[in-house]
Design a protein. Sequence first.
Length: 618
Amino acid sequence: MQRNRVGQRRRKQGTAFSGVRPERLKPRGKSTVKTQSLQGANRRLKRQMDEPKEQQGMSSGQPVLFYKPVSVSRKPAKPAERAKSAKPTKPAERARSHQPVPSAPLRNKRYRLSVIVPAMNEAQSIGEVLREVQRLGPNEVIVVVNGSGDATSQIARSFGAKVIEFAHPLGNDVGRAVGALHTDADIYLFIDGDFAVKADVLLKLIREVQTGTDVALNSLHWLARYERPDIPSMDRYFLNMLAGRNDLGLENLLTIPHALSRQAVNAIGSSTLANPLLATVIAIDKGLKIACPTALDVLAKNKFRPNHRRQRGEKMSSAFQRMHGDTVEAVRYWMDMHPPRESALLSAWTLEGLEHEDESPPGKSSLSADSVVLWMPKWVEQHQTVIQDLQQEDVQIVLVTPKQVWNASGLASSPIIQNVELVQLNSLGYQQLAFAAGALKATGHSVVFHDLSVPIHAAQLLEFTEMLHEGKADVVVTNQIPHPVALKQMSPAALGNWFVNVTEGQDHLRASGMLLPPFALRSSVLHVLTPKALLNLVLAQAKAAMSAFSIQSGPSLNTLAGYDESQRKRNFALPQILNQFSETLDYWTAHMGRRGGFTDEGRDRSVLPAIPPRYYTD
């Protein structure tokens, strides 16, 4: 009876093959379990193992655990044995306990490896960070501790790291530059102190440099697929496009972890690493080999900091302002090294004989209510409807078209051209040349510009003038915001518009701008800009913003979708578009400084040696 009660109690608690550890079946006392009971348990285990899997519940997805039969002692476990089954300590506790470092992944020890870790108040994480770093067997680990009020320095020293300490915060990315200046290596590995990266991931970056790559980046390529990207992502994408490296997408040295070769650090300059965007564009300009061997989602691990949140009265958070300023500074460097070319449209302007046209504004007596300048690169029957509808309104119509198209259209004898101001161009011309030529003939209080290649109704064009009459703006551009696309799918025109708008403090316009017609101006704005300024619509908008004219988005229209392939290539060819953006940013930084007027967010560059004049940050 006693044996039966023991067996019932065991079955109630669970047997070895039910998944319960044998140690939990130990009864109190000094005697051992009877041999017969163990034999019975073994027989039951054997029968279960011999049963088909379906009968054991495996077909339903329920796990079946098997343990080998063992002898179970009633002797209580020793304290040392209990310690083995204790729960693991927290990362910060393990960092202080100095447990043995796990086995290191293999790397080529012929290359001297230095690891640079900026840190500020990272006592909770720095231990785990350095434990992973130690697995790489580095020759030197430099922790740049700045503005810390905790035990970050002490913990870093306990791991054998060389600690460079500053009582005050250095600002973002300056710690990387300081660390690079205080070491000499074949491979420089840069990580942050706020979260640990597995040594196996870091090893991929190191091995990439060992094989001849100069800059090994951690990729964030998936951000280019988001339909509502943020400003820092757009900045990176635009910068790489401007530098002719569309293949890099939005990858750059702002993202950690990354590794640099000795050649890369020498070419870029250690001090320049304080601006990762500038360092990236210099690496591209110097022809360094760049690769992306890892794709760790570091954004999910980054700490959220107060400067990431936009404060009241700010258009962007201070962190976003700093990163955009870094990008403008990088763009300024690129333009110093690759100055914008003189636009071919200036030559066309002269060849068309427009250089000597009278650009003075017409007298008030000759002003009509509104003017509409229409560019007609080819004749389509639908154009006739737009012109006829506009003729029903009190507007001046200025039609600009190539002579070749005009002669082939048969419009010379058509009644629809009555009361239409005609401007004929000798060449097939470009959209912006046509707008500039048409502006010379416009006499209205407000002027709307449109390319008839993009289908539109006359009533939609007049909505732009209504906003001007109501005093809502001085310049009205087409609203492209309802048509968001991922960075990977965004056209160079839309991407450049967005970057320039942010730089000019017009980030509410997003991808909208005068480059994507229709748009409308007050005659007073056109008088300040002059018609010739419309040869570069991006620059004309920047000059309007610099003159404190109000710029707002109006009716919505997906302009780029209205062009056919040949028209997109003519009006928005990549070299032509990039040159216009470069001219605009050259103008803006000449007036607002190399960072475009954006904050450096308190970076202390006094701790760094002077950088070459071309890299100077004001």
